[in-house]
Ligand binder design. Structure first.
Ligand code: EAX
Length: 334
């Protein structure tokens, strides 16, 4: 190589390095992944949009949020494990599998515990919700904010269900949650725990007869395509939570942590508004799509049927948290 040629090559290399570092400077935004199992037009996705907008604005572009909907990063249990080892930054999940990691949260999954949305949201936004976020923080996870999935209703492909007796014998997919499974066993339903991303195919192929989820999920995950009957049982409130990986969290400054918390709260607010909207408008849409909906349900019959499942909880975890919720000043408005 001639001297002149070598010098040119060196200059080019230096120029290349300079260019690379300039563009690195411009691209310094740290990408934050958000995983969830529902579709990109769901209530969770509405929450991700608000989270993204708020975090990107507050941080002046220091963080860029990337949504991974529809179970692209796995089911909810697998995603929680991903947070713990740091392969996923943040997720929105129901409490379905959370009790397997933080048993204190099981109390929220008891059937007919909350009478309506106002009461549930009030409890989660108050001292009890904060206590539970702190417990989550002690289990290699970071609880950013309580958000919402909604009251769960029963669907199936075989028959109209008006009473618990009508439901008996059905094979129903449940979340991987001890409390939910115990409640369905009391109704003589065969609970089949399964991760959400497997649900549509399981319903389509008849591996299970039915499932239960809020209107928001049934509508936006197209479960109405494979379920003809729905009963507005509202048998359990399904909280959701935005969780972060401790690996991400430990690398943040206090100011940055504040941005994440604020953004997660903005996301939760947007999600709750969307759940409320779909709860009132979604049933009509499901009917329009051919689902037979049993709307007037004697809930007390279902409540009575699942009542013994409370002792499954209290036998293991005592009644302190349950009493706290029952005695809290959060009242039902309906
Ligand atoms: O969080 O697993 C479920 O049925 C959940 O409701 C769904 O994944 C949304």
């Amino acid at each position: 190589m001639t001297a002149r040629f070598a010098r040119t090559a060196l200059t080019t290399t230096i120029a290349g390095v300079a260019l690379a570092s300039t563009s690195l400077g411009a691209l310094a935004a740290q990408t934050v992944t958000v995983g969830h199992t529902t579709s990109d037009n769901s209530h969770y996705s509405v929450g991700v949009d608000a989270f993204k907008k708020t975090l990107e604005e507050l941080s002046g572009g220091e963080f860029a949020v990337e949504e991974h909907p529809s179970g692209a990063l796995g089911g909810e249990r697998a995603m929680i494990e991903g947070l713990q080892i740091g392969t996923i930054d943040t997720i929105i999940t129901s409490t379905g599998p959370l009790g397997n990691f933080v048993p204190e949260t099981y109390v929220l999954d008891l059937p007919f515990l909350f009478a309506d949305y106002d009461q549930a949201r009030c409890v989660l936004d108050g001292e009890i919700g904060q206590d539970l976020l702190d417990q989550i923080g002690q289990n290699n996870l970071v609880g950013l904010a309580w958000t919402e999935n909604g009251f769960r209703h029963l669907t199936n492909s075989l028959r109209d269900v008006k009473t618990p007796e009508d439901a008996a014998g059905l094979k129903i997919r449940t979340m991987e949650n001890q409390m939910h499974m115990a409640a369905f066993e009391e109704m003589d339903v065969h609970p089949t725990p399964m991760a959400f991303p497997e649900l549509f195919t399981a319903l389509q192929q008849g591996t299970v007869d039915g499932q239960e989820n809020p209107v928001s999920v049934i509508l936006t995950s197209n479960l109405w395509e494979v379920q003809d009957h729905m009963t507005l049982t509202g048998h359990v409130y399904s909280p959701a939570i935005m969780l972060a990986s401790p690996v991400l969290w430990d690398g943040l400054s206090d100011e940055q942590k504040g941005w994440f918390t604020q953004a997660a709260k903005a996301g939760a607010e947007a999600t709750r508004a969307e759940v409320s909207r779909l709860e009132t408008e979604g049933v009509k849409e499901l009917k329009d799509r051919g689902v037979t909906v049993v709307e007037s349900v004697d809930k007390s019959q279902f409540q009575e049927a699942v009542e013994p499942s409370y002792s499954v909880y209290t036998d293991q975890y005592g009644s302190e948290m349950l009493d706290k919720i029952r005695n809290s000043e959060c009242l039902a408005s309906s």
